[in-house]
Design a protein around this ligand. Structure first.
Ligand code: F6P
Length: 368
């Protein structure tokens, strides 16, 4: 709502899947806000708590000691889209619009603005609420790093660290047992976690959603290494990767979510095929939520702190409808409506893919 007085009361929420650095952003918003005499209102479990009217003041003591803590002290949910609200009626799930309740609670809590920390889903909701008159500032989060409007989202490099660490550990069994080891990462439709993690962990083969792979090219690389006396191979596969002409492996579907698809299971398929196609013993590991848990890396703690402090600055200057973003080495902001629906995908001609190829990584695509 257009309020002429200075910003006094700020709501803050974390939406979508958790990721390392959320607490560092909450701290980055709350500490300077208190220093400027603002009241901070924590909204629980993302937009779910906004619809249901669940929130409380966030005091300085609440954000003390949370910089290095994983997850989010506010809780999060990826089922709380007010415009796609799942309501259970007679054992059936009906999707209804509950955005008016959010607007009501915004008024009832007497908020001047909210800071919404989340990924593409959260930014979509933020954009719609902003069009309904709410003052919103967005902070981009996702381990997937797939938002085009920012060079990096916080949480991504913490996930990459986990992948790299896992690959280091898998190397020891791979080389001792002369096996092929396959590691599945998250990332949904973007391959950034597998690409960055795979390079950092020295993977020989990286399979990404952006480049549908050919089985023959994968076998060839494994057998070539074997023939060179390298009796093991490490494969890093993104959950969204698929063979040419094939489909992504889906492990489930949840109607309550805006994007109901739950990916997972490609590593098992890849491991089985490699064993059959090469005759070499192969094992697979699915990293799953280990990539989202635990403490943020120092890089993510710094990025989150910069994002949080910039977000509160934007709010105090009444620069609403904008999302904080990293461009080069500077923190800046973009219009939320320009940030949504623009996915950042791995490009074959990008420097990272080129560097990987130069050190012998195969992407499972011939003539690539
Ligand atoms: O978007 C973050 C992410 O971790 C994806 O990489 C993954 O596909 C998805 O969330 C998993 O979601 P959930 O925790 O709901 O299973």
């Amino acid at each position: 709502m257009a309020k002429s007085h200075p910003v006094r009361r700020i709501g803050i929420l974390t939406g979508g899947g958790d990721c390392p650095g959320l607490n560092a952003v909450i701290r980055g918003v709350t500490k300077p806000a208190h220093d400027q005499g603002l009241h901070v209102w924590g909204i629980y479990d993302g937009f779910e708590g906004f619809v249901e009217g669940r929130g409380n003041p966030l005091y300085s003591k609440d954000v003390s000691g949370i910089l290095a803590r994983g997850g989010t002290i506010l809780g999060s949910s990826n089922k709380g889209d007010p415009f796609h609200w799942p309501e259970e009626v007679d054992d059936e799930i009906r999707i209804v619009d509950r955005s008016e309740r959010v607007m009501m609670n915004y008024e009832a809590w007497d908020l001047d603005a909210i800071i919404a920390i989340g990924g593409d889903g959260t930014m979509h909701i933020a954009n719609k609420l902003s069009k309904m008159g709410m003052n919103v500032v967005g902070v981009p989060k996702t381990i997937d790093n797939d938002l085009d409007a920012t060079d990096v989202t916080f949480g991504h490099y913490s996930a990459v660290w986990v992948v790299s660490e896992a690959l280091d550990r898998l190397h020891t069994t791979a080389s001792s047992h002369h096996r092929v080891m396959v590691l599945e990462t998250m990332g949904r439709y973007a391959g950034w976690i597998a690409l960055h993690g795979g390079i950092a962990g020295g993977a020989d083969i990286i399979l990404l959603p952006e480049f549908p792979f050919e089985w023959d090219a994968v076998y060839e690389r494994v057998l070539q290494r074997h023939a060179q006396g390298k009796k093991f191979s490490i494969v890093c596969v993104a959950e969204g990767a698929k063979p040419k002409g094939g489909k992504m492996v889906v492990k489930g579907s949840d109607k309550k979510r805006t994007d109901p698809i739950q990916l997972g299971g490609i590593a098992e398929v890849v491991a089985k095929q490699i064993e059959e196609g090469t005759g070499l013993e192969t094992r697979y590991t699915v990293l799953g939520h280990l990539q989202r848990g635990g403490s943020p890396t120092p890089y993510d703690r710094i990025l989150s702190t910069k994002f949080g402090t910039y977000a509160i600055e934007l709010a105090m200057k009444k620069k609403f409808g904008r999302m904080v973003s990293l461009k080069g080495s500077s923190i800046t902001s973009v219009k939320i409506e320009d940030a949504i629906d623009k996915q950042k995908l791995v490009s074959a001609s990008g420097q990272t893919v080129q560097a990987a190829k130069a050190v012998g990584v195969t992407f499972g695509v011939k003539d690539f």
